[in-house]
Write a protein that binds this ligand. Structure first.
Ligand code: HEM
Length: 465
């Protein structure tokens, strides 16, 4: 054997040993490695990640690591350990998501680390409860217009209905009108591209574009839309004062590099990806449950008094008169909470008797956390009244509720999400009598990023009141 072959053999042996024994750390939690080097448990995990997490917890205990596609994902499932996940200085949000941000929005690493902290602060401030109340009137107008387009009666797939109304209304409310100069497009075209982008977002966040050609072309379409929207927003900015600026216009002031439209795309995705499926579930849970439907209707009819069902005005004060509807929204969020949220371990991290090694992706599953009967008795039941105990007047959720994450990177859009959902649900129920034509779907267990999509289609019949 000549020297070069010998060295090559040594290198290959070293790499194989590294891949084969990856995950052997003293005092680390039990690790599920699978048997294929590098891929590890990726195939089994990828088939149905939500179910996999629950089975692994039953088999390996409350803290365990899944070695998949070269990554160590360490799941923490006990509520008492969530504080470490959210508050420890030994874990980092930006390092956990940077690669995914690069793949999904083509933002360079340097740009992300430079602008993300200020971006987060800006969104948090713009969507604080006081500012959210100012967005209600305009959003209500948008919902009115788009809901009226449904006509007097018909049958439609509920998910399609929600998307058709919410996509343009929320975009216009947060980012401004999207009919950019010289490039008008239809809502249907946007819906088609965004659904492809959203549905494969989880794969897109891990794989290079070449493996996902349809997804990649939808991403490019959306990016070019955002470029045009930025031009329009810059033009409009000259004539609008600071108080009336859209979120996109605020971003323009903040982000000074060429990736501005890419941040716009991320913002657009964050504002629609979780809230739209939850709107579907909230309507479906209410309408499929006669007692809940009746209680919600009584409250909506009292709050809206004798308003016109064609042009209904809902202010933030009116929303406050419908606590039961808000409980329904929060209960839908609890039951369909994101499959997992993540941080990267940057220094050895002690949890219980384990030491989690740096480099691990630390994971919490809000979806499973919300099924702990100690915090949520009869966890699978849709029980809006459990929210009566939460101090919502002080913006405090129920103990154990982690759908919006926590700590410095807790969802900055949470107050907006609750407002838009309460507004949409009360408006559609006030305007239309609804009945489901299909059984309530199961949630899909295919993804762990974000809230769940329905597994099957669900038609709804509507008649204008
Ligand atoms: C029911 C709807 C929603 C749910 C369940 C949800 C959930 C989440 C979660 C779990 C995170 C990560 C938090 C963490 O890791 O600790 C997050 C981040 C984020 N959310 Fe939401 N979200 C919702 C709606 C919205 C809306 C409507 C907006 C915008 C208007 C929004 C904007 C964002 C942004 C910008 C981030 C990233 C924050 C950062 O980079 O630090 N979200 N959301």
């Amino acid at each position: 054997m000549d020297t070069i072959t010998f060295i090559l053999a040594l290198v290959i042996l070293a790499i194989s040993a590294r891949l084969l024994f990856a995950g052997n750390y003293p005092n680390a939690p039990p690790c599920i490695k699978g048997w294929i080097p590098w891929f590890g448990a990726a195939f089994e995990f990828g088939k149905s990640p939500l179910t996999y997490i629950s089975h692994a917890r039953d088999k390996y205990g409350p803290i365990f690591t899944v070695f998949a596609a070269g990554k160590r994902l360490t799941f923490v499932t006990l509520h008492e350990d969530f504080r470490i996940f959210f508050m420890s200085k030994d874990v980092d949000f930006e390092q956990a998501v940077q690669e995914a941000v690069h793949h999904t929005a083509s933002i360079s690493k340097d740009s992300f680390y430079k602008f993300h902290p200020a971006c987060n602060t800006l969104i948090k401030a713009r969507l604080a409860p006081g500012n959210v109340a100012q967005l209600t009137d305009h959003l209500c107008e948008e919902f009115n217009n788009h809901l009226e387009m449904l006509g007097d009666q018909g049958t439609v797939e509920l998910n399609d209905l929600v998307r058709t109304v919410m996509y343009p209304a929320v975009m216009s409310n947060l980012l401004g009108t999207y009919n950019s100069p010289g490039r008008p497009f239809t809502t249907e075209q946007f819906r088609e591209k965004f659904v492809i982008y959203d549905e494969s977002f989880e794969y897109g966040s891990q794989l290079p574009d070449v493996f996902l050609s349809e997804w990649s072309s939808s991403k490019q379409w959306l990016l070019s839309l955002l470029r045009n929207m930025v031009v329009k927003a810059e033009d409009d900015q000259k004539s609008s004062d600071t108080a009336n600026r859209t979120l996109l216009q605020h971003l323009i002031k903040l982000i000074t590099d060429k990736f501005l439209p890419n941040y716009g795309l991320l913002m657009l995705w964050a504002s629609l990806a979780n809230a739209v499926p939850i709107t579907f579930w909230a309507v479906a849970f209410i309408v499929s449950n006669p007692m809940v439907y009746q209680t919600a209707m009584e409250q909506i009819n009292t709050a809206f008094k004798d308003q016109d069902t064609r042009k209904t005005r809902v202010t933030s004060e009116v929303l406050q008169q419908m606590p039961y509807v808000k409980w329904c929204i929060l209960e839908a969020i609890r039951l369909r909470a994101p499959g997992a949220i993540t941080r990267r371990v940057v220094r050895p991290l002690r949890i219980q008797n384990y030491i989690i090694p740096p480099g691990d992706m630390l994971m919490v599953s809000p979806y499973w956390a919300h099924r702990n009967p100690l915090y949520f008795p009869e966890p699978e039941q849709f029980k809006p009244e459990r929210w009566e105990k939460a101090d919502l007047g002080k913006n405090v959720f129920l103990e154990g509720f982690v759908a919006f994450g926590g700590g410095r990177n807790q969802c900055p859009g949470r107050w907006y999400a609750i407002m838009e959902l309460q507004l949409f649900v009360s408006l559609i129920l006030f305007k239309y009598e609804l009945s489901l034509m299909d059984p309530l779907p199961q949630p899909s267990s295919l993804h762990i990023v974000g809230t769940q999509q329905p597994e099957t289609r669900c038609k709804v019949q509507y008649t204008h009141r």
